[in-house]
Design a protein around this ligand. Structure first.
Ligand code: SF4
Ligand code: SF4
Length: 218
């Protein structure tokens, strides 16, 4: 009843643009730098309306390393005349290369022109709204929890800094510090006992009487 009595409002589009919810599913935008040509989106698309071509590029080897290869995206087309806006490709992308954009003004006069390439999909990235703010009462991401735990562990175990490998090498190369030399204990000075003077050879004193053995032997 309330709806029946409400006055209808006619949107004056295109003179007045409609105010769409920020998470509207208008069109799919592509962040080309994030795409690794894994083909998951094309495989998962139920309408088979994503067309991808690529070639391999060799990255020169860094000093001491070896050459690597990477995929370079040549073509990324979405046929929006077939797309049913299910969002499976966006959910399937493991590298955050696909996003919903609220952009909706891409109508064409010819249905064949509704196939848009990576350049056009990249332009729509400018209209992708930023991700919603984190809900404080929600479950925190596992990555944040593990990072906070690692930080707390580092802060708790911050003891004396361990010497680096170079520090240990320098320590080993340095000459060993001289050991303190203990002073030797001084020898006890014994008072010199004066030896009794030997009687002169040839003559002996006996009770004040000088006795000459030579004479006695004679
Ligand atoms: S939204 Fe659905 S139908 Fe459209 S390209 Fe993605 S997976 Fe395919
Ligand atoms: S799933 Fe993502 S990374 Fe893989 S080809 Fe599609 S857009 Fe590129």
């Amino acid at each position: 009843m309330r709806t029946m009595t409400r006055r209808s409002v006619t949107g004056q589009y295109p003179d007045v643009k409609p105010e769409l919810p920020p998470r509207s599913r208008g069109v799919i935008a592509l962040l080309e730098e994030n795409c690794t040509v894994c083909m998951l989106c094309a495989r998962e698309c139920p309408d088979w309306c994503i067309y991808i071509d690529s070639h391999k590029e060799t990255i020169p080897a860094p000093p001491g390393g070896r050459e690597r290869q990477r995929n370079v995206l040549d073509r990324f087309d979405i046929d929006f005349s077939l797309c049913m806006y299910c969002g499976i490709c966006i959910e399937a992308c493991p590298f955050d290369a696909l996003f919903w954009s609220p952009e909706f003004e891409y109508a064409e006069l010819d249905i064949r022109d509704l196939t848009h390439g990576k350049e056009r999909l990249g332009e729509w990235m400018a209209t992708v709204p930023p991700p919603p703010a984190h809900d404080d009462s929600g479950v925190r991401p596992k990555e944040l929890e593990s990072a906070a735990a690692a930080l707390a562990k580092t802060a708790a175990g911050a003891g004396p800094e361990r010497p680096s490998r170079h520090g240990r090498e320098a320590e080993a190369a340095a000459p060993a510090p001289a050991e303190p030399v203990e002073p030797a204990p001084a020898e006890p000075v014994t008072p010199e006992v004066a030896a009794p003077e030997a009687p002169p050879t040839g003559r002996r004193s006996l009770g004040g009487v000088v006795w000459a053995p030579e004479e006695d032997e004679r």
